[in-house]
Structures are given as C-alpha cells and as structure tokens.
Design a protein around this ligand. Structure first.
Ligand code: SAH
Length: 366
C-alpha cells in the first residue's frame, strides 16, 4: 500500500498545480499539435468544451470512440516528455524479481526480455548459430516512444515498425532511433492499431505492450494483430485486464465498475475485458499454442516506485507545468494501486502463434 504521507503529498502537489489545469500545453516536438484560440467565440466554445469535459470527468462518463482516439493522442503528446525525463524511454511496468529491486529502468528492460522468454521467442545464441529462427520483422503496436522496438531490433537484429496515435511519440521514437544508431532498423509512424497500414502477413513478431487497454474494439484489435502476422508468427499481448468473471457472474460488481470508470477517464481507456476474453478472441481466429499468465504480483512494486519518483523537485515542477490530463493521470496511479490490491486489475500476458497456412488448410479440409 502506498503510505498515507505519499498520498497526501501527491494530493497537495495536484492542488498546487491545479492553477495550470486548463492552460494550453506545450510540447518539445514540432510535429505535435498545439492549439491556441484568438476570437471571443472560439474562446467561448473552448470554455464550454472545458466545462463539458470537467462535468464528464466528475461523472466518469465513458468517451465515444472518436473522443477516445483524439484524447489518447493528446494525452501522450502532452505527457510523454515528462515521462521520458523522469523514467526514460520505456512507458510500461517493470519486472520486479526480486520484489525489492530498485533499478527501475533495468526492471523495465528485463520485463521485455522476460516476456519474450516466456512467450517462447528464442534467445540469440552468442555464436549466431540460431539466427535463422530469430524474429526478422517485428511490429510494435502502441509503441510509445519506441523503447521496446529499439530493444527488440538490437536484440535480434530485426526490423521493427512502431505505431502510435501520438504524433509526438512517433517523432520522438524516430529521433531516438537516430541517436541510438538503429534508424535503419526502426521506424515509427502515427497509425491506428484497429486499421493498421500494413499488408496481410507482414510480421513474424507481433508485440503489443500495454496498449491493448486503450483499444475500444478488442475483437478488431485481435483481428488486426492476427491479420498482419505471418503464418507461424508469434503474437504477444501484455495488457491491463479486469479479473476473469466467476462462474455465474455476468459482469463485474458496481463498485468495481465505478473504480474502472474513474481510471478510464484519467488514462483514456474504454471498457476493460478479461484475459479469458482475449483467449476466446484468439481461439476464434484459429490461433494455436495459446498461453496466458497473470504477472500482477511481478509488477506490483512498480506503481509505488512511480509515485515515489514523482515526489522529487524535477517531477513536481514538470507535473505542475504539464496540464490537467497529466495531473489527473498522476492521481489515477492511486486508483490503479487500489485496483491491483483488490484483485480487480490484472497484468495479463497472452501469447499464441498464427497457424502455418498448410495446417490451417488441413484443419479446414477435415
Ligand atoms: N508500448 C509502449 C507504450 C505504452 S503506452 C511502451 O511500453 O513503452 C500506450 C501506447 O498505445 C501509446 O503509444 C498510445 O499512442 C498507443 N495507442 C493507444 N491506442 C492506440 C491505437 N488505437 N492505435 C495505435 N496506438 C495506440
């Protein structure tokens, strides 16, 4: 549990910074949209839409798909620089084994490696003897600023195409690829995971790390992951899920729904689903070698570390300047902690492979 002192400090920080709550935001990258209005009618509209947003926020109202898409892009445009300044290039949980480790960035890198290992992707042999069975083409669906892509590209010597809704993230991902000398392997672009700009059967490694929770249509999301995978390709989804429903339950209880609704407003998330739901969607695609696991206990120390890290001067100043949605995101960390503690939120791993065409045909012919 996060200590009450930390909660109070965070709450104080949010209050102090609320003076900035509705100010226009600035970003480092020229590719990022930044809007200012001049005429009185547009500023009146601005006030109206702010009032509507605040009202919807208080009511924890579910966003429409289009609002969600615009909101996700804006949220990551505004918050990615602060995250990178404080936490670096990986925008996901860490692997906390042992659970008292404090090397947080390494814990994030280890999470990528451990997920790959768990999914059965071979480790590159030191003498290069297994190069032929290593991934050649990866797609990083919901890539952030590309931390996973660059790591995977360096690890396997493969290419990685990252897609994100945030223009800032795509631009920053490409900048970092140049800085890190992997621009020939990695490319980042703005594109929708639900309508990917790739041919069928383009990638042998499909990687989605903590982006599935943003997808308003999980079926379409899974269909797209499946479509762009080569026969025999490996699909890996690591995502926040709600607990599986018990036999006889048809939904979560209303307290659980309310907690998730508040988190959804803060992090621009649609309705959640369970790991069971993902497994069923993959089965319906004909996926083989489906495996699942709950790593909630492995990532548990992460949110406490994030909250602690946000209580230093640099983060406090950054958060104060960052605008309302980032500040609300900071507050929602406490709600995430509560969700994990109650067993409502699960850190789910799901992997499968797309069957070889020949196997699929044989099954159909039976
Ligand atoms: N996988 C990255 C980033 C996780 S943050 C990392 O671990 O570092 C979630 C990411 O999902 C953001 O980059 C966001 O833009 C992206 N995302 C959310 N919805 C998306 C969609 N419909 N299409 C593409 N990317 C999406």
């Amino acid at each position: 549990m996060v200590s009450s002192i930390q909660s109070i400090a965070l709450a104080a920080l949010l209050l102090v910074s609320s003076a900035n709550a509705f100010s226009p935001t600035r970003t480092r990258n020229a590719a990022s949209p930044s809007t200012t209005t001049s005429s009185s009618s547009t500023s009146l509209n601005g006030v109206r839409s702010t009032v509507a947003r605040v009202r919807d926020s208080i009511m924890a109202k579910e966003r429409s798909r289009e609002d969600l898409k615009i909101g996700i892009a804006g949220f990551y445009d505004r918050s990615s620089q602060l995250w990178e300044d404080v936490w670096g290039e990986h925008m996901h949980h860490g692997y906390y084994v042992p659970n008292d480790r404090t090397d947080h960035v390494q814990a994030q890198i280890d999470l990528i490696d451990e997920v790959l290992k768990w999914s059965g992707v071979p480790e590159p042999a030191a003498d290069g003897s297994n190069a032929s069975i290593l991934p050649k083409k990866c797609v990083d669906v919901g890539c952030g600023i590309g931390g996973s892509s660059r790591h995977i590209a360096r690890k396997y010597g493969c290419t990685s195409n990252g897609i994100t809704l945030s223009p800032y993230q795509a631009g920053r991902g490409n900048e970092l690829a140049i800085e890190q000398g992997v621009a020939d392997l990695c490319n980042f672009q703005v594109a929708d995971a639900l309508d990917q700009p790739f041919e069928d059967e383009s990638f042998d490694l499909i990687w989605s790390l903590e982006s599935g929770e943003h997808m308003p249509d999980k079926e379409k999301f899974v269909n797209e992951l499946f479509r762009v995978a080569t026969p025999g390709g490996r699909i890996i989804i690591v995502t926040w899920c709600h607990r599986d429903l018990e036999v006889g339950e048809s939904s979560l209880n209303s307290k659980e729904e309310k907690l998730l609704a508040k988190i959804n407003r803060a992090y621009y998330l649609p309705r959640w689903c369970s790991v069971d739901d993902y497994v069923n969607l993959l089965k319906s695609q004909g996926a083989v070698d489906i495996r699942r696991e709950d790593w909630s206990y492995i990532i548990a120390p992460f949110w406490k570390a994030v909250i602690k890290s946000s209580l230093n001067v640099k983060s406090v100043l950054g958060l104060a300047k960052s605008g309302f949605s980032t500040q609300r995101g900071a507050y929602a960390m406490l709600l995430m902690l509560r969700g994990f503690d109650k067993g409502l939120i699960k850190f789910g791993l799901i992997t499968c492979s797309k069957p070889e065409a020949i196997v699929k045909k044989a099954v159909q012919a039976e």
